[in-house]
Design a protein around this ligand. Structure first.
Ligand SMILES: *[C@@H]1O[C@H](CO)[C@@H](O)[C@H](O)[C@H]1NC(C)=O
Ligand SMILES: *[C@@H]1O[C@H](CO)[C@@H](O)[C@H](O)[C@H]1NC(C)=O
Ligand SMILES: *[C@@H]1O[C@H](CO)[C@@H](O)[C@H](O)[C@H]1NC(C)=O
Length: 263
């Protein structure tokens, strides 16, 4: 009997030991305030700065964020910033700056050109605002990597104002959004349009609607439903439907007429 009690108490001690060391506070209410073994809820160690998360937090940068993501530049930056010796400065136009662009400006760019537009906003160096007072122009951007000098960007300081000139746009820095000695993000009041993307190439003409030559009117009643519908491509749906119906009726009428005559 004593043996059983002893083994039972041993078992209890063993069980208590298990529950206390497994670090589940719910099952060990009398546990002293020892640091839990698994810090699952502790904040993750600060990783590399994430440009899109920073911009999201600031707010008002949805178009830039979308472009950073769709071009793959966001992932590229995150990967590179993982190496703490790699530094960047980003000029960030907000949604307002994008909406001030001429209509269709972004849509006129193919994917590769969008990548270069975004890279044009990134300098492969960390600049403080004070650094811009002594920077030598033109400064290098990410877009200029494969063809140096192709995408010149000048940064000048006039008093406390920092002006960025692309040759096409003069923008000014309107605030510091982030700065941690590896990454600086400055808000700019305009989208930095590189000269090479928007002037060197001839402006693509607006896709004019194909001149629809009026089809020679057929004098015979042999018009098929197809010709009667395709001849009016711009009419609203209801009109097209009624025209098509009309065409079919005409064809039917012709068929009936032919049938009658062939009898
Ligand atoms: C950053 O570097 C660490 C260690 O070098 C690696 O485990 C991690 O996957 C990297 N993260 C990214 C986003 O590249
Ligand atoms: C940029 O600076 C360089 C050197 O000072 C100058 O030659 C060039 O004209 C400037 N370009 C623009 C767009 O301001
Ligand atoms: C930009 O600023 C320079 C110098 O102030 C001026 O000569 C130029 O015309 C401006 N360009 C635009 C596009 O506003």
């Amino acid at each position: 009997m004593a043996k059983q009690v002893l083994s039972l108490s041993l078992l209890l001690v063993f069980l208590f030991h298990c529950t206390t060391t497994s670090g589940q506070p719910a099952q060990a209410p009398t546990l002293p305030a020892v640091a839990p073994a698994a810090p699952a809820n502790a904040p993750a160690p600060p990783g590399p700065p994430d440009v899109t998360k920073i911009l999201q937090k600031v707010g008002g940068f949805t178009i830039l964020i979308r472009l950073l993501k769709s071009t793959g530049v966001a992932d590229q930056l995150r990967g590179q910033l993982n190496d703490s010796s790699i530094r960047f400065t980003l000029f960030a136009p907000n949604d307002n700056a994008f909406s001030n662009l001429k209509a269709g400006t972004l849509n006129s760019l193919n994917n590769e050109e969008k990548v270069r537009l975004i890279q044009f906003h990134i300098l492969p160096t960390y600049y403080t605002l004070e650094n811009f007072q002594t920077v030598s122009n033109p400064v290098r951007t990410q877009a200029g990597d494969n063809k140096p000098g192709d995408y010149p960007l000048n940064v000048t300081s006039v008093g406390s104002q920092v002006i960025i000139s692309t040759g096409l746009v003069n923008a000014s820095v309107s605030g510091t959004l982030y700065s941690n000695f590896q990454l600086a993000i400055y808000q700019v009041d305009k989208v930095l349009l590189p000269l090479d993307l928007f002037v060197a190439k001839p402006p693509s003409p607006a896709p004019a609607p194909a001149p629809t030559k009026p089809k020679p009117k057929k004098t015979t009643a042999a018009a098929s439903p197809e010709t009667s519908t395709t001849a009016t491509p711009t009419v609203v749906n209801s009109g097209a439907v009624s025209l098509a119906t009309h065409g079919i009726l005409v064809s039917l009428g012709v068929a009936v007429l032919i049938a009658t005559f062939s009898l």
